[in-house]
Write a protein that binds this ligand. Structure first.
Ligand SMILES: COC(=O)c1ccnc(N)c1
Length: 240
């Protein structure tokens, strides 16, 4: 998979040289290219923004600079992603879908955003999605790009050592939050690991883990349970 990120702060994406994503780049599983938007400026001050039509505070990113950048970076099978608080919610399902794509391009806006004609122009030529991490505002799209790249890249075959570890995560296939996890020592600061986990009885352990996932989801994210098919679990499972 190829992912391009266009930003005025390329150094913001440096963490993607580390850990699993860094290894995926080194191994060739992920072709990640980070571009400085100012490469496509046309003046000696390397200007990327201007005052907003209609007035108002702040500055807007210029369409001409973004147009030259995206014309260079986009390919016919690219999916253009624009992080924005006004975007569609980014979820695990989104990450799973995007992990099957050939080419993602992330356009990181700053200031008050990118001139709206950029999305309008490219939506007529390719797939464009404005994507939101949640209901809050950031100073730019770079942090969202880090999140999207990590959430997608880790799903690529071969990136995570043990693919089984992807199955029982929060928001995984079962649509539940993940169960609590423990390791040695069996007792720490007066807190003991649940006995069932030391029993070696795999069926009981699996049942306990499912029940804990259900309980946690009911307590913290009842909205996720609403989305589940009622046939996947019985309400008596949740009796505390
Ligand atoms: C500038 O981008 C944002 O403020 C942003 C991007 C993605 N998700 C958000 N919730 C905010």
């Amino acid at each position: 998979m190829r992912i391009d990120v266009v930003t005025i702060f390329p150094e913001y994406l440096a963490p993607l040289e580390l850990s699993l994503v860094g290894k995926a780049r080194t191994s060739g599983l992920l072709d990640l290219r980070v571009h400085d938007l100012r490469t496509w400026t046309d003046d000696r001050h390397r200007t990327v923004d201007d005052t907003p039509f209609g007035g108002g505070a702040g500055m807007v990113m210029r369409p001409d600079v973004w147009g030259r950048a995206l014309d260079d970076v986009l390919t016919p099978d690219a999916h253009l992603l624009v992080p924005s608080p006004a975007g569609a919610p980014f979820t695990q399902r989104t990450a799973e879908t995007w992990a099957t794509e050939q080419h993602l391009v992330l356009a990181c806006g700053r200031y008050e955003g990118i001139d709206s004609r950029v999305v309008e122009h490219y939506a007529a030529r390719t797939r464009v999605t404005e994507v939101s991490l949640g209901d809050y505002v950031l100073n730019g799209g770079e942090v969202a790009a880090l999140v999207v790249v990590e959430a997608v890249a880790r799903l690529l075959p071969g990136v995570v050592g043990n693919p089984a570890s992807l199955v029982e995560e929060s928001h995984g296939a079962a649509g539940l939050l993940e169960y609590p996890v423990y390791t040695k020592p069996p007792s720490w600061q007066g807190h003991d690991v649940p006995e069932v986990l030391l029993s070696g009885h795999h069926a009981r352990i699996a049942r306990w883990r499912r029940d804990e996932a259900l309980r946690r989801t009911a307590a913290r994210r009842p909205d996720l349970l609403e989305a589940l098919d009622a046939g996947q679990w019985d309400r008596h499972d949740l009796e505390v």
